[in-house]
Design a protein around this ligand. Structure first.
Ligand code: CU
Length: 124
């Protein structure tokens, strides 16, 4: 009897586990606009002490950057402005992103739409 319960539990966990995996997979493919053969630098920014964290982000010149805000980022911090790259976008969920390709080395500030949270993108 105890053995059966274990088996059922194991099967249930496997089913739930694989279901979650499939769900997650389809979610990420939904988002992909395959403009650049999938080659990009993924940057995920969170929030700490009422600012973006990390707020200095290093990327390489010449490769497309996809910048995400994770679930710790709230309120107007989710609307991201990077003037130099012409970006002003409200990232509604952790799977939304902004995309740009830095071509020149340098330091480019970013902020939330109201300028409370700030940071820098450092292109090397
Ligand atoms: Cu703000």
């Amino acid at each position: 009897m105890a053995k059966n319960i274990w088996m059922i539990t194991t099967i249930l966990l496997l089913v739930i586990g694989s279901g979650w995996f499939v769900f997650n997979n389809s979610k990420s493919t939904n988002n992909g606009n395959s403009v650049n053969n999938g080659e990009y630098q993924k940057v995920v920014i969170g929030m700490k002490n009422y600012n973006y964290y990390p707020n200095d982000v290093k990327v390489k010149a010449g490769t497309t950057v996809r910048l995400y805000l994770d679930n710790s980022v709230r309120g107007c911090y989710r609307s991201l402005v990077i003037n130099e790259f012409g970006i002003r976008k409200n990232l509604q969920s952790a799977s939304d992103y902004v995309e740009f390709t830095p071509t020149q080395k340098g330091t480019y500030p970013f902020s939330c739409s109201m300028g409370m949270g700030t940071g820098r993108i450092i292109v090397e």
